[in-house]
Design a protein around this ligand. Structure first.
Ligand code: COA
Length: 157
């Protein structure tokens, strides 16, 4: 079941983010910061909307999206992570479908996903391609020398 996150989900979101091998400590801290801001002032004011997947009382993953400042109807998918014991089970696809519905309801028309071009992110890029997102741009050496930024997009309308 995919649902809107509530304030009790913070520890589980942190644990899932920490368990993802490709996420650095800095990235986990970034997830925590977005979460704190979302909980303290709410999704609308912070611009960070968290959703979670729950099965038998346990969280299987989370996603976070929000409007991109200074755009009309462009939304970023900031984070998506699925418990690695459940990967390739369709949870990621469900997160994206729910995010798309929510974003459309919020007036969004374009979703942007940014990821890394590094080899360890090949399964992540295969995921976005597998769900039909367009590989729109590559910025060479963006994150670091040898670590490109790969931008995927999805049009809602
Ligand atoms: C990327 C991630 C969110 C995908 O979630 P998931 O639940 O494993 O993916 P799904 O089972 O919903 O996959 C949907 C489709 O994507 C494609 N796909 C997913 N993983 C793939 C892989 N490793 N190789 C090839 N295609 C893949 C397939 O087309 C798949 O459909 P299918 O299984 O019917 O063939 C998850 O694996 C994850 O948490 N990865 C680590 C964190 C991360 O990289 N997050 C994104 C950066 S913010």
């Amino acid at each position: 079941m995919i649902r809107i996150a509530n304030k009790h989900d913070g520890a589980a979101i942190h644990d899932i983010a920490s368990s993802i091998k490709v996420f650095s400590a800095e990235e986990v801290t970034c997830v925590d910061e977005l979460w704190e801001e979302s909980v303290s002032i709410g999704s609308e004011l912070s611009g960070y909307y968290f959703i979670v997947a729950e099965e038998d009382g346990a969280l299987l993953g989370f996603a976070c999206y929000g409007p991109r400042a200074l755009t009309t109807g462009t939304f970023d998918l900031y984070w998506i992570a699925v418990d690695q014991r459940k990967k390739r089970g369709g949870v990621g696809r469900q997160f994206m479908q729910q995010s798309e519905k929510d974003i459309a309801r919020l007036g969004g028309r374009l979703i942007i996903v940014e990821t890394s071009g590094k080899a360890e992110y090949a399964p992540t890029r295969a995921f976005y391609e597998g769900i039909g997102y367009q590989k729109e741009a590559v910025l060479k050496d963006f994150y670091a020398p040898g670590d490109d930024l790969v931008i995927f997009t999805h049009k809602l309308i």
